[in-house]
Design a binder for this molecule. Structure first.
Ligand code: 13P
Ligand code: SF4
Length: 306
């Protein structure tokens, strides 16, 4: 506890000295989320905040693709990630060459990449999307291209869950989130048996049968918003474990029940790591110049959709 307080105090001083802000994803641990973050949110909110950040240094307490997105959108800033090994099974599941071969197999179809991808993959696609705007981006991309189908990569579950909400045909890739793919419909049946009246909220990276069995599905920000608006007595957040820990303080009337799964990549980011990042100014995120412009264009096309 004393060490944690010391790290938090040191990070607050370092933020001032470096003219830095900390953007933290909803899956960061509460010491980061409540203790040192300036902005917290889902991937979409963090991208928007990164784009408009005025500080000289942006520390991304999240995984690598989130730091890359921040750098793409605000290239003149120093963007630091406290541990560059903080990856993502979705980002790992597809390469730029895979996107080119998908395009060759489906000529004329717009290509949408989930923001959980590398800058090299984003550089090959027409639009990015997040879990907060997937259906909107799919429908916009199809309308703009005059097609009734799109390619959406790399998450097969986000693609399937989005396909349930739209008439547009979605051609998917075979990637999955190692955290969300482990949830099953049997988990939901069990939580409902154990906790009468529980509200079950799932992230759309979960398999279709899990989302179908939930009461609500949405991005991490949408899940938090649902709890704030509906204030259920009991809720199961079918997603990463820190999510419930972080919103518990703001939701005193709600008891959060299991299951949840940990993301090992998000958990690489620690208070000590953030302190070290600000002390040593490591690790700065860089993006190869040839990739930066086309990758940024894909993210900006997403952000421009009203
Ligand atoms: P959100 O955009 O919903 O925050 O999700 C990011 C993520 O990595 C979920 O696993
Ligand atoms: Fe990637 Fe899944 Fe971790 Fe999110 S929870 S960063 S999608 S591995």
């Amino acid at each position: 506890w004393a060490l944690m307080q010391e790290d938090i105090a040191a990070i607050r001083d370092l933020k001032q000295a470096r003219d830095a802000i900390i953007l933290a994803h909803n899956y960061q641990t509460p010491d980061i989320y409540h203790g040192v973050a300036d902005i917290v949110g889902d991937s979409l909110a963090l991208a928007r905040e990164a784009m408009s950040a005025r500080a000289s240094v942006i520390v991304v307490a999240g995984v690598h693709f989130m730091a890359e997105t921040a750098k793409l959108l605000n290239p003149d800033k120093t963007v630091l990630i406290p541990d560059s090994r903080a990856g993502c099974s979705l980002a790992e599941s597809i390469t730029a060459a895979d996107v080119r071969s998908l395009r060759a197999r489906h000529p004329g179809l717009p290509v949408i990449a989930y923001v959980n991808t590398s800058a090299a993959v984003k550089a090959e696609v027409d639009y990015c999307c997040t879990s907060a705007n997937a259906r909107k981006v799919v429908e916009h991309a199809a309308r703009a291209a005059g097609t009734d189908a799109v390619i959406m990569l790399p998450d097969r579950f986000l693609a399937a869950n989005t396909a349930r909400e739209t008439a547009i045909r979605i051609i998917a890739w075979d990637g999955a989130c190692e955290v969300h793919e482990r949830f099953t419909a049997a988990d939901i049946a069990q939580v409902r048996r154990q906790h009468d009246g529980v509200a079950v909220l799932a992230h759309p990276e979960c398999p279709e049968e899990v989302v179908a069995a939930a009461d609500f599905a949405g991005s991490t920000a949408a899940l938090a918003d649902y709890i704030a608006r509906h204030r259920p007595a009991r809720a199961a957040l079918i997603t990463e474990c820190s999510m419930a820990d972080n919103i518990a303080a703001a939701s005193p009337g709600t008891t959060f029940v299991k299951p949840c799964n940990l993301c090992p990549h998000m958990k690489r980011i620690t208070l000590a790591g953030i302190r070290r990042a600000l002390e040593t100014m490591t690790e700065p995120v860089t993006i190869a110049p040839a990739l930066a412009a086309p990758a940024r264009a894909a993210v900006e096309r997403m952000l421009a959709i009203p």
